[in-house]
Design a protein. Structure first.
Length: 131
């Protein structure tokens, strides 16, 4: 009987392992109730915790990146809004500062636009000498 167990674990004469040996090894890896698997779990606990830490950092990094993308999108929308406001205000200013628009506003106050060139008045200084 002991020879049969040795033969199950070893390869046969053809070079293949018996199916009972492969299944036995496979089930021994997943032996939850056994002492061997508990030791493996305890020994691999730091690695499992490390993997959990990496998963946590990955999730946190993804959330942070999504927040930055949202902030960038919000800032781009604000920039577009301010750009449109700038273009609106600058076009209104260009319209208001036209010579014809200024003439209309000044006419409301009773002033009229000159239709001829202004006259130049020259003043000569007369020095009166007192003795």
């Amino acid at each position: 009987m002991s020879e049969e167990k040795e033969i199950e674990g070893k390869t046969t004469a053809t070079g293949k392992q018996s199916s009972a040996g492969i299944v036995g090894r496979f089930l021994s890896v997943f032996d939850v109730m056994g002492e061997h698997s508990m030791k493996q779990i305890v020994l691999s606990l730091p690695f499992i915790l490390f993997l959990l830490l990496l998963a946590f950092l990955h999730i946190a990094n993804n959330n942070l990146a999504e927040q930055y993308v949202r902030k960038i999108n919000r800032a781009e929308k604000e920039l577009k809004m301010y750009r449109w406001q700038y273009m609106t205000v600058s076009s209104k200013l260009m319209k208001v500062t036209k010579q014809s628009e200024i003439a209309k506003r000044v006419e409301e106050n009773g002033l009229k636009e000159l239709r001829q060139a202004p006259m130049i008045v020259e003043v000569q200084n007369n020095k009166a000498s007192t003795k």
